[in-house]
Design a protein around this ligand. Structure first.
Ligand SMILES: [Zn+2]
Length: 299
């Protein structure tokens, strides 16, 4: 009886966590939903615990040109830059990717991997799969991890995947002072620039909750602020849970829509599921947007 009750409670907790974690703050709701942010933060506490627990188990520009020929960065190398006029997509208020021009390809997806860099084998596995599908993904990294393993950041950069800023310590920023938020964001800008030669242009607040101050500081640093619009829920999964690939595919495809900004993490089961996931998305007619074609905030 006791075991049964515990199992029911656990299931309820997991369901609740999954549902709320699906809904990060969005620009559309910023002015009216302190409750929503609160919810997000609490749900992401379990997410943080999850990733923390996973830490010791695991070690942590595509190509949608679509209707116009675009530079293939794999051939031209990192010196190729995309001018403002080539930015053919933007993010809407719910952080979906939307074409600037009517008639442009709408069935696009933005792929993202948070909370690395953790482990070379996992990074290589993820990027091997991205390369196979001619896809790019933003790797949102934490400064403390970069400091521990600068060579892993270089690996991501050398394999031509874009790097995003995910704050130094992976803490909730929305209630912090502006000085603290500046430190959390700007120290990452610096360490990434010092390590790779390029500062990030994308920012995702940890736990999806940057608040007004996070948005302000991101903008001051020329960073495009985003949470996500589709959660893979990979962060809720356990090491010994069976069929995690099926679960990831189900979670993503159930929420899938044109412009989906998909949140994944540098986790072993996500690396494992990625080939099947990208194949499924392609079968559904989606293309992977190259982040370098997404508009950045005007300075
Ligand atoms: Zn994170």
């Amino acid at each position: 009886m006791g075991t049964k009750t515990a199992a029911i409670l656990l299931t309820a907790c997991l369901l609740l966590s999954a549902c709320t974690a699906n809904k990060p703050e969005s620009a559309a709701s910023d002015t009216s939903t302190s409750t929503k942010e609160q919810k997000t933060v609490s749900s992401e506490t379990s997410y943080r615990n999850q990733t923390n627990r996973d830490d010791h188990n695991s070690a942590g520009k595509a190509t949608v040109q679509l209707n116009k020929p675009v530079v293939d960065s794999s051939k031209t190398g990192e010196s190729a830059t995309v001018s403002a006029t080539d930015k053919t997509y933007h993010l809407d208020k719910a952080y979906n990717v939307v074409p600037n021009q009517k008639g442009a390809e709408k069935k696009v997806i933005l792929l993202t991997f948070d909370d690395g860099p953790k482990e070379a084998s996992m990074i290589n596995k993820i990027i091997d799969t991205l390369d196979k599908h001619k896809a790019k993904a933003i790797f949102f990294v934490n400064g403390y991890r970069v400091k521990e393993h600068p060579e892993l950041l270089k690996l991501i950069h050398d394999r031509r995947q874009p790097i995003g800023n995910h704050s130094w310590d992976h803490i909730v920023l929305k209630n912090k002072s502006e000085a603290e938020v500046k430190k959390q964001i700007e120290t990452v800008q610096k360490i990434v620039k010092d390590t790779t030669g390029q500062a990030p242009v994308f920012f995702r607040p940890p736990h999806g909750a940057g608040g007004d101050v996070g948005r302000k500081v991101a903008k001051e640093n020329g960073l495009l602020y985003m949470t996500w619009s589709v959660g893979s829920l990979d962060w809720t999964m356990k090491k010994n849970q069976p069929n995690k690939t099926d679960a990831i595919l189900k979670n993503v495809t159930e929420q899938l829509h044109p412009g989906s900004n998909i949140l994944m993490h540098e986790l072993p089961w996500t690396a494992e599921a990625l080939d099947d996931l990208l194949t499924r998305l392609e079968q559904k007619g989606y293309q992977f947007v190259d982040p370098q074609y997404i508009e950045l905030p005007a300075n």
